[in-house]
Design a protein around this ligand. Structure first.
Ligand code: NI
Length: 135
């Protein structure tokens, strides 16, 4: 493991009080852990916003497989965007409802275009893109 660098952070008491409340709500065991997570979140958001480089994430989709040829449509969309699709997991929730998790990896604008197409597909009940960072 790389050597960890310690750094000091100056905060006014009111902000620190709010931050400690946040740490409690989110069940962090210490401030460093919470700060690390917030920094990683900010860097991941930046990576997606920059529009360059490679990003990773998942698109979770819920649909009724009998509705509006949604299976065909989603398959076509994923083939059209095959450069951004890493893999897909399918779960049959019940007789009709399906949950699919599409693991995405690629240029931010391509991945966002894929997510938009999935969300706009008739028959999709819910679709959500989770943006994360690969490092
Ligand atoms: Ni299914």
């Amino acid at each position: 493991m790389e050597k960890v660098t310690r750094m000091g952070v100056s905060l006014d008491p009111e902000l620190l009080k709010e931050f400690d409340a946040y740490i409690g709500t989110h069940r962090y065991t210490n401030r460093s852990e919470a700060i690390r997570d917030l920094i990683r979140d900010a860097l991941a958001t930046e990576e997606w916003a920059k529009g360059t480089g490679t990003v990773v994430g998942t698109i979770t989709v819920v649909y009724d497989h009998d509705a509006h040829q949604v299976v065909d449509k989603l398959t076509k969309i994923q083939h059209r965007h095959h450069h951004s699709v890493h893999s897909t997991t399918h779960v049959h929730l019940d007789e009709h409802m399906c949950l699919e998790v599409i693991v995405v990896q690629g240029r931010p604008k391509d991945v966002l275009a894929l997510a938009d197409s999935v969300k706009a597909t008739k028959g999709v009940k819910h679709a959500q893109l989770a943006r994360t960072a690969g490092k």
